[in-house]
Design a protein around this ligand. Structure first.
Ligand code: G3P
Ligand code: CA
Length: 289
């Protein structure tokens, strides 16, 4: 029993390090997969800015993942952290700034490339207008226990509704089931994907907690189209089980070619990465076989 427990806990490690090949070969020819730019092409431009998003569009991704938060005056902006400290020249919580104050900050210089100095934190509307259906957009709603985020999912949907055919190309994802439920209660046309919980703190336990809580729901509730796990928690067997229960699997955020190829061999449906250009090259290499 103990041996079985140890093996099952470390199964993803075994698949990633021992069992699965990192080489592009003919077995990948049948694989179809989405290329998703994490926070725009965040490895090559400051994350969640129009520059990073423009770069991802130029690279030719299928989807762009972004993170959203609320300003003091209830405008939805595209930024990852709850504070502005890491990715701007300001300090403090995003939701303590008005939009006007927030857009005075420099969200580009921290990246260390002079051409991005003066980049602004964009609003969700600016990002969606810019993409305008040229690829899909995956919007992540973070943990938002502050009362300021009351009705946030509903407010997001109001922005999505302003885009032409927005339901087709804009998708919501969150670790928090309640936001996805609230989104569906408000508007059942919206597409949603469930992020797996707490991989950072409990990488191998998360799969079991999450699948017990949510895998069973796939059949009754086909609104959760995908279960999106951190890539270190995956194995071929786990992906098989998620597929068998009706979920697609979009994993984040492998950033090397070898990791990406291994995950494709395991059977993921999409990869969210800071370096989508690597994945575009992998797709070309597979097509050239
Ligand atoms: O798409 C999922 C992934 O973005 C979650 O992690 O911290 O990069 O937002 P994080
Ligand atoms: Ca994210």
């Amino acid at each position: 029993m103990l041996l079985f427990l140890v093996i099952s806990l470390f199964e993803p490690w075994l698949y990633l390090n021992v069992i699965v090949s990192g080489k592009v070969d003919k077995s990948l020819q049948q694989e179809t997969f989405d290329i998703i730019a994490h926070k725009g092409a965040a490895g090559s431009a400051p994350e969640n800015t129009l520059s990073a998003i423009g770069l991802a569009l130029d690279i030719g991704v299928d989807m762009i993942e972004i993170d959203v938060r609320n300003t003091l005056d209830e405008q939805i902006v595209v930024i990852h952290d709850s504070t502005v400290d890491r990715t701007t020249d300001g300090t403090g919580l995003v939701h303590d700034y008005t939009l006007e104050e927030l857009q005075k900050l420099d969200a580009g210089s921290w990246f260390g490339d002079a051409k991005y100095a003066g980049e602004k934190i964009p609003t969700l509307k600016e990002v969606l207008d810019f993409v305008d259906g040229r690829c899909k957009v995956l919007i992540e709603i973070k943990h938002m226990d502050h009362p300021h985020y009351h009705d946030f999912a509903e407010k997001l949907i109001d922005v999505i509704r302003e885009e032409e055919n927005g339901y087709d190309w804009i998708i919501l994802q969150s670790e928090e089931f309640e936001y996805l439920e609230a989104a569906h209660e408000y508007d059942n046309h919206v597409q949603t994907k469930k992020l797996m919980i707490s991989e950072d703190s409990a990488p191998l336990i998360a799969f079991y907690i999450e699948t017990k809580m949510h895998l069973g729901r796939a059949k009754e509730d086909d609104r959760m189209k995908a279960l999106n796990p951190e890539f270190h928690t995956l194995s071929t067997r786990r992906i098989f089980r998620m597929h068998a229960r009706g979920f697609e699997v979009y994993t984040y955020a492998p950033n090397t070619r070898e990791e990406m190829v291994k995950l494709l061999h395991m059977g993921v449906d999409g990869i969210i990465t800071d370096y989508p250009e690597i994945l575009v090259q992998i797709r070309k290499d597979i097509q050239a076989l």
